[in-house]
Design a protein around this ligand. Structure first.
Ligand code: GTP
Length: 603
């Protein structure tokens, strides 16, 4: 197929707007999934998905389609659907010349629709707006078309209306892909220049790279070099995804396909890297910003004897997901474990689900936190760490208050789309979360778009749920990085009988220190089981006690079972109990169960 009849495109959509349904429909219309083979292929796809792991992809697929008597090759390039993976969306888009912007005609434009639109616009891609679910009685295609016009200047004439579920209008989508999206540009005379825009791990083949061939061509037996590492590989196989791997002779300019070349891990198949032929080096493509973890959490095996099993499970998951960072960490209460870094909360959730599947014993995940930048003074510390600005994501590493000059925290720019009548509740919630409103405007008669700058720390735990609940589910939220800002936070420690419990230390904004201190203390008083002695619970900042509570002792009735009679035995028991009390008190050994930590850390 000549390059003029190749189209590379993605479907981008807000969660649940019907991306997978449309993709399946396109495969069906083009016989990519033949009905008789359909079942088997779907199973294959799931298998591949499972092996690919974390990013939860619908996966890339090459489609052949006969249009006006000519055969076209349409490469549907998958993009992960969630805000956490915006970075991955933009690199998938680097292999496309156009996108289908899919919008639920019932829900209208949502926060991710806005984010996706700008990602595509920024990369100068052709955008085909498509309204889905027009079969629903509640669909309001005309209202959504107006929104598209007022927000993005979209010409109403260019908007397609479909039902991916019923298949209505899906032929028009294929037609628009061919007619509106330009063919890729490539120079067949130039030597090979290919972009790695995705990779995954295959048990038998090692890392498999997904390439977008910019110039030249690639075939089995070629010796290639990856620009980043300068390492050489002999190509074992190239092919396209239909959606299973189908070997082809050559991948040439404009093509999207896989390359297997015995790379051991996905770390070698570095996304954004350029591949060229050994004897014909080229100027590398610009590449991508590596994904940067922004949310951190500790993970520990419930039972320390499971440490090795858990380590294996983590290694396996990390092979498939270079975006997660894994650093060994130990905690006095929870034992040996790891500190994990994620792209966002969803990433964390997906990962912990995978971990649960991969590793069948119970694990403990601590409350997520962010990375602070701390400027410190004092010779000793400066020399100790070799630099003035420390990056700290674990409260246990927080410097002493007197050494701190300044703390900066990560901020995000949040975009909210909501019906006007929920504005007050939503704005109130944002302000409670220390948000500062930037701009708000109506995008049509009923819908508003608001922008707030918010501290990342305030949105990583339950912000999505809170937004949904104050807006009866109608508001949507998306965010992007907004750098660091100076902030006023402090470390709150928890003392039980004057003994600091490191695992429960938290970094808290000064405006919330009182509330948070009280919450922690109340929670501990509620859940720490009574012991044979009194326990004083305190939340402190430095030497200052902000909140206190008491866990009353219970007097274990050790004599209950000794009916009358043997007084000596009774006295002996009572003596033992007194000794027990003393011993526990003496070592200050409060018996805390691991479950207690989990309860407190969970929030
Ligand atoms: P994620 O994979 O979660 O991002 O969702 P998605 O965007 O891939 O959406 P998916 O295709 O899973 O569809 C979401 C829901 O909408 C499913 O229950 C579909 O059956 C339904 N749906 C998709 N297209 C249509 C449509 O045209 N009409 C109706 N009525 N429902 C649809």
């Amino acid at each position: 197929i000549p390059i003029s009849r190749i189209r590379n495109f993605s479907i981008i959509a807000h969660v649940d707007h019907g991306k997978s349904t449309l993709a399946d429909r396109l495969l069906e219309i083009t016989d990519t999934l033949r009905p008789e083979a359909g079942k088997q292929q779907v199973l294959d796809r799931l298998q591949v998905e499972k092996e690919r792991g974390i990013t939860v992809k619908a996966q890339t697929v090459s489609i052949f389609y006969n249009y006006k008597g000519e055969e076209y090759l349409l490469n549907l390039i998958d993009t992960p659907g969630h805000v956490d993976f915006a970075n991955e969306v933009s690199r998938s888009l680097a292999a496309c010349q156009g996108v289908i912007l899919l919008i639920d005609a019932n829900q209208g434009i949502q926060a991710q629709t806005v984010a996706n639109f700008y990602l595509a616009l920024f990369q100068e891609l052709v955008i085909i707006p498509v309204l889905n679910k027009v079969d629903l009685k509640t669909a309001q295609p005309e209202a959504v078309i107006k929104q598209l016009g007022s927000l993005f200047d979209v010409d109403p004439e260019t908007v397609l209306k479909i039902s991916a579920k019923l298949g209505t209008g899906c032929d028009e989508v294929l037609k628009a892909i061919i007619e509106r999206i330009p063919a890729p540009q490539s120079n067949p005379e130039s030597p090979l220049k290919a972009l790695i825009f995705d990779s995954w791990y295959n048990k038998y083949q090692g890392a498999v790279s997904l390439l977008s061939i910019k110039d030249g061509s690639l075939k089995k037996g070629d010796t290639v070099v990856t620009a980043h590492s300068g390492k050489q590989y002999i190509v074992k196989s190239v092919g396209i995804l239909r959606p299973h791997e189908e070997e082809v002779e050559t991948l040439s300019g404009g093509h999207v396909g896989y390359m297997m070349c015995n790379m051991r891990s996905t770390a070698e198949a570095k996304i954004g890297d350029t591949v060229y032929l050994k004897n014909a080096p080229v100027e590398p493509l610009p590449g991508f910003r590596p994904p940067r973890p922004i949310v951190f959490a500790g993970v520990y095996p419930m039972d320390q004897s499971e440490h090795i099993a858990m380590k294996k499970a983590l290694e396996k998951l990390a092979l498939n997901d270079p975006a997660v960072t894994v650093i060994p960490d130990t905690s006095a209460a929870l034992g040996a474990g790891w500190r994990l870094g994620f792209l966002g909360l969803l990433h964390l959730e997906v990962f912990s689900q995978r971990l649960e599947q991969e590793y069948d014993a119970t694990s403990i995940m601590t409350a997520p936190g962010v990375t602070y930048k701390v400027r410190i003074k004092g010779d000793k510390i400066v020399r100790l760490h070799g630099k003035e600005l420390l990056e700290i994501s674990n409260p246990a590493h927080w410097p002493e208050q007197q050494h701190i000059v300044e703390v900066q925290e990560p901020m995000v720019l949040g975009t909210l789309l909501l019906p006007e009548q929920y504005y007050n509740q939503v704005a109130k919630l944002c302000i409670e979360r220390r948000g500062v409103e930037q701009e708000s405007s109506m995008i049509d008669k009923t819908q508003m778009m608001c922008k707030f700058i918010l501290p990342l720390n305030e949105i990583i735990v339950d912000f999505h749920d809170a937004i949904k609940s104050v807006s009866s589910g109608f508001a949507s939220f998306d965010y992007e990085d907004h750098g660091y800002e100076v902030t006023d936070v402090t470390k709150v420690d928890i003392l039980l009988n004057q003994k600091k419990i490191e695992e429960l230390s938290m970094i808290v904004h000064v405006s919330k220190v009182k509330d948070e201190a009280k919450r922690l203390v109340d929670k501990l008083v509620e859940i720490v089981p009574r012991q044979q002695f009194h326990i004083a619970v305190q939340a402190v900042v430095g030497a200052k006690v902000l909140s206190r509570g008491d866990i009353k002792p219970y007097r274990k009735d050790v004599t209950a079972k000794l009916y009358g009679g043997d007084l000596t035995r009774k006295y002996k028991k009572l003596r033992q109990q007194a000794e027990g009390k003393k011993k526990l008190k003496m070592v200050g050994n409060i018996q805390l169960h691991r479950e207690t930590f989990i309860e407190v850390l969970k929030r």
